[in-house]
Design a binder for this molecule. Structure first.
Ligand SMILES: [Zn+2]
Length: 245
């Protein structure tokens, strides 16, 4: 009887797990709802612990090969809507920017920042990484990662809404040309991975540019301060995967 009671209570309590306003169970980057526990927080987060093709990973090229071409077609400069999702500072973009890859056209949806970087190269973190999230008509994702190192000011970042606002300017003044974000596009790492946040869904094509871009220390600090904490998932096992470059 007692066992039945405990079981019943457990099933009653389970649906009471904290959900955010959009219905997604709450998760965090540290503590009881941190990355080590994501897979146990909700049924739909199962892949976070069970998946075998998770991101991020340490990038070390296995095979120097002729990569399928990634064609960037960022033709539509546009105003951005900047939101703090609670997990990252995210820039939502207007339609009209694509990448073409293996005969598929993926449309840019948004880009957002992680600090420090999520991917490492040869075991080394960078101070920041931007993820440009693209989706094709079938709903499949291609994410382009760009690593940031400390150096000269980043031209595109100075045009982003929070930087304009910090200078007392209209945050939505001018269109932003996404081509300014990462000029060098010739070399990249390619691998199959996942979302780096719950539900950690797999089948994500990852393209991480080999050439880091620069941002000044205060630009990097600005985004870290806006969010207020580190938002990088720990490095995941590579398992049987290979990384192309
Ligand atoms: Zn991301």
């Amino acid at each position: 009887m007692q066992r039945l009671l405990i079981w019943t209570l457990a099933t009653l309590i389970w649906p009471l797990a904290v959900h955010s306003s959009d219905g997604t169970p709450h998760w965090d980057y540290e503590g009881a709802e941190g990355p080590e526990h994501w897979g146990a927080l909700a049924d739909e987060f199962d892949m976070c612990s069970r998946g075998r093709n998770q991101s991020p990973i340490d990038l070390v090229a296995d095979i120097d090969t002729a990569l399928p071409e990634v064609n960037f077609e960022y033709a539509q400069a546009g105003q951005l809507v900047e939101v703090n999702t609670g997990h990252a500072i995210q820039e939502n973009v207007k339609p009209g920017n694509h990448v073409s890859f293996r005969g598929h056209r993926f449309e840019l949806q948004q880009f957002h920042f992680h600090s420090p970087s999520e991917h490492t190269v040869g075991g080394e973190h960078y101070p920041m990484e931007v993820h440009l999230v693209h989706k094709n008509e079938a709903g499949e994702l291609l994410v382009v990662g760009v690593l940031f190192k400390e150096g000269e000011r980043n031209k595109l970042m100075d045009q982003l809404p929070s930087f304009r606002a910090a200078r007392g300017e209209d945050p939505r003044a001018d269109a932003v040309d996404y081509n300014d974000l990462f000029p060098a596009r010739d070399r990249y790492f390619l691998y199959n991975g996942s979302l780096t946040t719950p539900p950690c869904s797999e089948g994500v094509r990852w393209v991480v540019m080999q050439q880091p871009v620069t941002a000044s220390p205060d630009q990097i600090q600005h985004y870290h301060d806006l969010l207020g904490f580190d938002n990088n998932r720990p490095i995941q096992p590579r398992n049987a995967r290979i990384v192309l470059d």
